[in-house]
Design a protein around this ligand. Structure first.
Ligand SMILES: Cc1cc2nc3c(=O)[nH]c(=O)nc-3n(C[C@H](O)[C@H](O)[C@H](O)COP(=O)(O)OP(=O)(O)OC[C@H]3O[C@@H](n4cnc5c(N)ncnc54)[C@H](O)[C@@H]3O)c2cc1C
Ligand code: FES
Length: 255
């Protein structure tokens, strides 16, 4: 069924270095961690974004092209339209959680951190980007009370290297009872491999191209899954083979 859009007004625009912005909206939206909404800018397009926080609804935008540029240039008092939330979210398991985010992928993990901390669990969040300026949501995660591990390719924040190198000692020491990852495909593959090698169960969120978000149009079809509906969150074991095949053969046919 097609949900009607809800109109929200932007209450606050929080700059996120050179990466983009976080938009704080004027209403609430209940969601499970890892679920997403479709954001519509009339006359431009509609695109998927993670629910960063529910009360009030917050969205984080990493500028990568025309839609995200348009969304990130919205000002306080301007409106946008949202439908959802959609998809299968993360399941919180255990009491010690390691969240691993690359690029805009951290937006899909922020609500998970908030909910885990609210129930008194231990949360460590590892964030990776090219440079310090490209890291999203650092301020928000610090405000929540997360323990942060930063990794940048140029060493301008945290450890110099990949986010997987940064979390390797925690995984090897079996600190987390569960790992959760969202980010670019090479990062996801590395997270799945490293978690499996260390015997840590892992859930991953796949960022696929989406149009309807409802399991209708087929745009997000990938390896037998409709990612908008069957995912975007999967158990690592469900998608490990798919990601390995993609690495060997390149992206599989979509749609
Ligand atoms: C479930 C999910 C949650 C997401 N959450 C966030 C988030 O919280 N914050 C954020 O900044 N980004 C998020 N994204 C990615 C965001 O939707 C894309 O960056 C955005 O659509 C790019 O649009 P563009 O016009 O700026 O760039 P374009 O130039 O159109 O594309 C740049 C890249 O963005 C991706 N992309 C393009 N079209 C789509 C589409 N229809 N659906 C998904 N990805 C697309 C492709 O990888 C493409 O190479 C999410 C994606 C998914 C699938
Ligand atoms: S985006 Fe249309 S089926 Fe998934």
């Amino acid at each position: 069924m097609y949900d009607p859009h809800r109109c929200f007004t932007i209450r606050r625009v929080v700059p996120e270095g050179r990466a983009g912005v976080t938009l704080v909206l004027d209403g609430d939206l209940e969601a499970k961690p890892g679920q997403f909404v479709m954001v519509w800018l009339p006359g431009i397009e509609e695109r998927p974004f993670a629910v960063v926080s529910e009360r009030p609804l917050m969205l984080s935008v990493q500028v990568v092209g025309p839609f995200t540029r348009a969304l990130a240039s919205r000002r306080e008092g301007e409106r946008l339209w949202v439908r959802g939330p959609y998809g299968r979210g993360f399941a919180l398991r255990g009491r010690r959680h390691l969240l691993i985010g690359g690029g805009s992928g951290i937006a899909s993990l922020a609500l998970l951190a908030e909910k885990a901390l609210a129930q008194g669990d231990e949360v460590r969040v590892a964030l990776g980007a090219r440079t310090a300026e490209a890291l999203l949501l650092v301020g928000h995660l610090k405000t929540l009370g997360c323990e942060l591990l930063l990794a940048t390719e140029d060493g301008s924040a945290g450890v110099k290297g990949t986010v997987i190198e940064a979390v390797q000692p925690l995984l090897a020491g079996r600190w987390p009872e569960q790992a959760y990852a969202c980010g670019p495909r090479p990062m996801l593959r590395a997270a799945i491999r490293e978690a499996r090698r260390c015997g840590i169960p892992c859930q991953v969120s796949l960022e696929e191209v989406m149009k309807c978000g409802l399991g209708v149009c087929g745009h997000c079809h990938c390896g037998g899954w409709l990612v908008c509906q069957d995912g975007p969150v999967f158990e690592a074991g469900e998608v490990e083979a798919l990601l390995e095949v993609e690495e060997a053969l390149g992206p599989l046919p979509r749609g």
